[in-house]
Design a protein around this ligand. Sequence first.
Ligand code: DX5
Ligand code: ZN
Length: 227
Amino acid sequence: MGIRIAPSILAADFANLEAASASVTGADWLHIDVMDNHFVPNLTIGQPVVESLARVSKQPLDCHLMIEDPDRWAPGYVEAGAASVTFHVEACHAPVRLARELRSQGARAGMALKPATPVEPYEDLLGELDMLLVMTVEPGFGGQKFLDLVLPKVRAARELVKGRDLDLWIQVDGGVSAETVERCAEAGADVFVAGSAVYDTDDPGRAVEGLRARAEQATASSWWGAH
Ligand code: DX5
Ligand code: ZN
């Protein structure tokens, strides 16, 4: 059972992103929040920064695109060096076509759901994806309170994945911390994004390992991860 921890650099020092990567060498991915001030009311970083970061980052880059028209822009993030690119289904015109394009470029294709977006309408698309991101806050800002109301959707997604025997990772993002990571793992998540719980601490590397230990333990005793 693979647990993956992806620190979100949104909570790191934007003047020193190379150090943000170096401080979490035990992390599986580095999570990059791309926001366009349209899909969400915040503006962060784009393709040139991802390109630079890909050159120095110790971890593969996991780009979470909170942008309008990902059909047009998402492939550029694979060209910039992202190993995984996640688009929001609420903003996407042709999710199957886009997922296939990202995969054909050699990246993992992820699809994200805002808290009010159900998973069931997309059941038949899941085989086209490598990851489903179930947002556990409204996208746009770091440091928000975790939304427990999303956990039944994580569980429903894991049931679909199990029922169809899919190789689909389930990612949670927003308010994931030592207090909430176990609930996410228990519900069925296996990829955990954490911004403030990693970078707003004295030792980001240790925070990553703390989250991993809790997630692994909760998974091992969960309804879906127990052997
Ligand atoms: C929110 C972003 C998250 C954010 C999480 O829209 O997608 O990746 O960085 O931050 P925390 O972990 O502080 O909630
Ligand atoms: Zn994110």
